[in-house]
Design a protein around this ligand. Structure first.
Ligand SMILES: Cc1cc2nc3c(=O)[nH]c(=O)nc-3n(C[C@H](O)[C@H](O)[C@H](O)COP(=O)(O)OP(=O)(O)OC[C@H]3O[C@@H](n4cnc5c(N)ncnc54)[C@H](O)[C@@H]3O)c2cc1C
Length: 414
């Protein structure tokens, strides 16, 4: 059977404007892109094999996402608003701090449902089916899904990190991906925990949601065995005394793009473009992808309604890709490098306890209100203040922000 993304194929309108758009993937990138396009009067069909589902994810939205899309905070849907975070070093040091803005945490089934409902209310059709083929040759786009063929003027590929629908581009390679595994745990918690490991490119986390926790580990693909990841996760769960009864296992891949991938990989052509994870729009340090999925879907929709699809990659770069490229340059150094004779991540946790100025900076980084490009300058600018605070806290240990607890292993600062 053959159908148009809605009905029979209509050619592009006046001035080369598009009239029908097919979107593969109804996650944050596809759903928001669809909503924006439908509001501009375009005929949009979103194809998703699950529609709203519990995609493996922490579900944390930082301040920049809330600032850009306030409905994510204002919606009546169940969510957790978390203000406190705790960082744990590979040696067991801990630093707890209040973030400068709260992180809003959703279950992904709720978040995807909310975004898809908005897209449908704006006029999109949402079809539950798996797309198996996309042909962009010859002007009109042809999609195969569930034995049917659909046509559209333009296709948005927002099918996530595992996307294999690749018109004229390459898949994300092993070096651009992380493996993640974890559990949804039926337990209550009020704080976000992040633990670093020695010489390990990745981290462990516990994110509290409305009625459960998302606990997991992420690591660069191909660098560590699955047994090792399970072992670290098991240790974390025990150390943090997370009750595992009724826990549900998950595993997924997460883009962790290299600088050259962000800079050089093709993400758009004449009648197609990628958004979200499929385009590698993820912070290579933190793994934050929800904001970038929403923004890329939004920026793509704007480029299409402006009649300038070719402007999309450049607009994306101006909005955030250049910042992510910057982050990609020092991701490995951050996780595996040394500073003042100890692991950078350990020094970071220790400095949080000793320097109010450094703590201020990390509070902003964590809540998503400090970008990477200006981070280096800010670090240098306050280096003197941090050094002074450090010296003061050693001369007078009672002046520290909050001195490390006696029970914690102490790795002396040089
Ligand atoms: C374990 C883990 C924890 C994470 N934690 C966080 C976090 O706390 N905060 C944060 O900001 N980011 C987090 N991320 C990243 C975040 O989940 C992603 O960046 C985000 O989901 C990307 O959105 P997307 O719309 O691009 O893709 P997705 O959310 O993956 O959506 C893609 C959609 O496409 C559909 N699909 C795929 N193939 C097809 C096909 N062939 N046909 C039809 N439909 C198809 C899927 O069903 C899916 O609904 C995490 C990721 C992982 C793996």
């Amino acid at each position: 059977m053959k159908s148009h993304a809605t009905e029979s194929h209509s050619p592009r309108g006046a001035a080369g404007r598009l009239s029908s758009i097919a979107i593969v993937g109804g996650g944050p990138a596809g759903a928001l892109c669809g909503e924006r396009l439908a509001r501009q009067g375009l005929r949009v069909t979103i194809f998703d094999e699950h529609l709203a589902w519990e995609k493996p994810c922490g579900g944390g939205l930082t301040h920049k996402a809330i600032e850009a899309y306030p409905f994510l905070l204002d919606s009546p849907h169940p969510k957790k608003i978390v203000r406190t975070a705790e960082l744990i070093s590979g040696g067991g040091h801990r630093a707890r701090f209040e973030m400068s803005h709260p992180i809003v945490i959703y279950s992904r089934k709720v978040l995807n449902g909310l975004l898809l409902d908005r897209a449908v209310a704006a006029g999109c059709s949402a079809v539950r089916t798996r797309v198996t083929r996309v042909d962009t040759g010859g002007g009109t786009v042809r999609l195969t899904a569930g034995g049917d063929e659909h046509c559209a003027d333009f296709v948005v590929l927002a099918a996530g990190a595992r996307n294999q629908l690749l018109p004229d581009t390459t898949a994300l390679g092993k070096m651009d991906l992380e493996v993640t595994l974890g559990y949804f745990v039926p337990a209550e918690e009020q704080i976000i925990k992040v633990k670093f490991l020695k010489q390990f490119e990745g981290y462990l986390w516990s994110f509290p949601r409305a009625d459960h926790l998302s606990v997991g580990i992420c690591a660069k693909m191909g660098q560590y065995s699955s047994q090792r990841l399970h072992r670290h996760l098991g240790d974390f769960v025990r150390e943090e005394k997370i009750p595992m009864e009724g826990a549900r296992f998950y595993s997924h891949v997460l883009p962790s793009p290299q600088e050259q991938t962000l800079r050089g990989r093709r993400i758009a052509g004449d009648n197609w473009a990628m958004a979200g994870d499929a385009a590698g729009c993820v912070d290579p340090i933190t793994g934050e992808g929800l904001y970038y999925a929403l923004r890329s879907g939004d920026i793509l929709a704007q480029a299409l309604t402006d009649g300038q699809p070719q402007a999309y990659p450049e607009r994306l770069r101006a909005a955030f890709s250049a910042d992510l490229e910057f982050a990609a340059k020092f991701a490995r150094k951050l996780f595996c490098g040394n500073f003042l004779g100890g692991a950078i991540t350990t020094r970071m946790v220790q400095l949080l306890n000793y320097s109010p100025a450094f703590c201020e900076l990390i509070r902003d980084v964590f809540s998503g209100s400090q970008n990477y490009r200006t981070l280096k300058r800010r670090l240098w600018n306050q280096f003197g203040i941090t050094a002074l605070e450090l010296a003061r806290s050693f001369l007078n240990p009672f002046s520290a922000v909050s001195a490390p607890r006696a029970s914690e292993p102490r790795e002396p600062l040089p």
